[in-house]
Write a protein that binds this ligand. Sequence first.
Ligand code: ADP
Length: 484
Amino acid sequence: SGARVRRARNTKLPQYLERGIDVKFSDVAGLGKIREELEEIVKFFTHGEMYRRRGVKIPGGILLCGPPGVGKTLLAKAVAGEAGVNFFSISASQFVEIYVGVGASRVRALYQEARENAPSVVFIDELDAVGRERGLIKGSGGQERDATLNQLLVCLDGFEGKGEVITIASTNRPDILDPALVRPGRFDRKIYIPKPGLIGRIEILKVHARKKPMAPDVDYMAVASMTDGMVGAELANIVEVAAINMMRDARTEITTDDLIQAAQIEERGMLDRKERSPEMWKQVAINEAAMAVVAVNFPDLRNIEFLTIAPRAGRDLGYVRMKMDHVKFKEGMLRHGFYSLHITLIFLYSFKLNRQSLLDHITVQIAPRAADELWYGEHQFSTIWAETADNARSAARTFVLGGLSDKHYGLSDFWVADRINDIDSEALRILHMCYDRAKEILHQNRNLMDAVVDILVEKKSLTKEGFFKLVELHGSLQPMPPSV
Ligand code: ADP
């Protein structure tokens, strides 16, 4: 009777079961003390009877908290692997359905399978997708989610303290979970998994290197040092990409160089994914757009090749990239603002000495500051433009020292204390003049600015063709030579 029904049910293939989980704690590196906490969870399975006899309550749910890619899923699997129990998993985003009732019935099915195949670990990825505080989402989507969450609570309560089904959930946002979820008997144990430190990164790299043909002298420390802020998933990826590198060159060993190259590629990707608030994206877009919009008004500088606000390795901002026909720069020097004091000096002393084009450069560099004032008001404090404003400041000084201003100072004046003040105030005058000019150009090209900013915010970058199309549509280019 009862037993037969049970057997009949078991013939249905469990759809949430992951077979052949063969992960052990030794596959998860850089855990430090967290490992002990997880070993205890394994004991809930292997020594459950002992806990129960001594009246120690076994938690129904464990919450693994931490950013994506730190190994939460891997750890949940390792718990199942070490305990030798079944592993059922689902991503909470799969619970969230449009049709009322679907999510709740999936939760029921998941737990039914887990119970029939107990002992087992139920792993719920991205719990916050369904576990956000109830009532926060309006409309039928919210209703559906609330129903799903309620069902989950019921299922969690069903196993409390029994130790045959333990739920492990992962989230990056424990703070937004519905309070009912973290009540005693439910997810009452939180384990925080931080990003790995230097030693952790070395260990993780080594774990992933285990199955790869590494050169004997690989310098893991070098690779770990340059991957500050990266998580296990990214480090695992670095080893994979390094292996591909090796294959491409038809070599037989992965070298430190392969790893370093792979780390650089990964870093670019990582920064691209870095989160910014919508307001921040917009500020950076205004910053970059301002330089491009002002530059396009100047004959020497209008050769804009590419605009981006995607963060790049080592930079928080984006950059505007320009080609200057008469000067060959290394690409690195073109980054963000395309010129610095060095380039200013090159301009002055190595190339055609052109007073107007240097003023134009200063105007471009100060443009982000001017845009900040126009868009956010005079007293809004932002530091986005600090770097280019610095460039503008030193360029203005160079302008004066180079004898290009009406008042003639030479480099020798630079060493005379009271002359320095004069030089500075003259440089400041130049700077202010360029600032006003930038403001005027930006003001005149407000429509163009808006269009460029909108596209940058949406697409993160703009090609040469795309930019000049906008210039054609919205620009009002009127170079206004200043009077110095
Ligand atoms: P999360 O669930 O936290 O988003 P995952 O467990 O899915 O992260 O990690 C993805 C992959 O990254 C793992 O399968 C593993 O290859 C690698 N990884 C992440 N963290 C670690 C770690 N601490 N040790 C070894 N590998 C790791």
